[in-house]
Design a protein around this ligand. Structure first.
Ligand code: DX5
Ligand code: ZN
Length: 225
C-alpha cells in the first residue's frame, strides 16, 4: 500500500481495567497511541451505562494525548460543557441524538475544542451533507454502539470509501475515524477504504498481549496492508 497518510490509533478505555484506569491510559500513551478514546454511554441511546465527566477529570493528568470523547447519550448538549471542563479535546456526538446538530457542533467548538459527529451503521451518510464543512471529525461506527468486542460489520467498508471520496472531492480535511471491531485483521481494510483514525478496545486491552504489543500488531498490519 502506498501514499497512505499517517494513521492514528485511538485505544478505547472501555476495555481497560477500570480499577487502574489512570495507569492503563499512561501505558497506552507510552505504547504509541495517538488519542485516548473515551466511551460515554447512558443506558438510553445505547443499552449500556459507562462513565461521566468525573472519570475524564480523573484520567486527564495521566496523559498528554488528546482525549477523544465519544458521547453515546441522548441530549448530549446537556453534557458537552461538563466534558470540555473535565479536559476533553474532541467531543463526538451521534447525529441520531441531535435535532439541532448545527447548534450542538457550534456549542462544542465554542468551548475551544474539536467537534465530531458519529453515524450508526444504518444511518445514511447524506445526513452529514450540510454539517460536514463545520466538522473536525466524522466517526463511522463499524458496529452498533453499546459494547466492546463486537464483530466488525463488513458492509461499512463501502460507507468509508464513499465518505473518503466525498471529503477528498470537497477538499475537506475532516478526520475520518472508525470504531468497532477494529483489529490487526480489519485495520488494513479500513485504512485502505479511507479511515485515518482507528479506535480499538478489545484489540488493545486484552490478556493475550501487552498494550504495546497490541498497538504494534495493529500498526504492522496497516504497514503491510
Ligand atoms: C462501541 C464503542 C467502542 C468500543 C470498541 O460502542 O464505541 O469504542 O470500545 O470496542 P472494540 O474495539 O472491542 O470493538
Ligand atoms: Zn467509541
Amino acid at each position: 500500500m502506498k501514499d497512505i497518510p499517517k494513521v492514528k490509533l485511538a485505544p478505547s478505555i472501555l476495555s481497560a481495567d477500570f480499577g487502574r484506569l489512570g495507569e492503563q491510559v499512561a501505558e497506552a500513551s507510552r505504547a504509541g497511541a495517538d488519542y485516548i478514546h473515551v466511551d460515554v454511554m447512558d443506558g438510553h441511546f445505547v443499552p449500556n451505562l459507562t462513565i461521566g465527566a468525573p472519570v475524564v477529570t480523573a484520567i486527564r493528568p495521566w496523559t498528554k494525548l488528546p482525549l477523544d470523547v465519544h458521547l453515546m447519550i441522548e441530549a448530549p448538549e446537556r453534557q458537552v460543557k461538563h466534558f470540555a471542563d473535565a479536559g476533553a479535546d474532541i467531543i463526538t456526538v451521534h447525529i441520531e441524538t441531535c435535532s439541532h446538530i448545527h447548534r450542538v457542533v457550534q456549542m462544542i467548538k465554542g468551548l475551544g475544542i474539536k467537534a465530531g459527529v458519529s453515524l450508526n451503521p444504518a444511518t445514511p451518510l447524506d445526513m452529514l451533507d450540510e454539517i460536514l464543512p463545520e466538522l473536525d471529525l466524522v466517526l463511522v461506527m463499524t458496529v452498533n454502539p453499546g459494547f466492546g468486542g463486537q464483530t466488525f460489520i463488513k458492509g461499512m467498508l463501502d460507507k468509508i470509501v464513499r465518505l473518503r471520496a466525498g471529503l477528498d472531492l470537497k477538499g475537506l480535511t475532516v478526520e475520518l475515524e472508525v470504531d468497532g471491531g477494529i483489529s490487526a485483521e480489519t485495520a488494513p481494510k479500513v485504512v485502505k477504504a479511507g479511515a485515518r483514525v482507528l479506535v480499538a478496545g478489545t484489540a488493545v486491552f486484552n490478556s493475550q498481549r501487552t498494550v504495546k504489543e497490541s498497538l504494534a500488531a495493529i500498526r504492522d498490519s496497516i504497514n503491510q496492508g
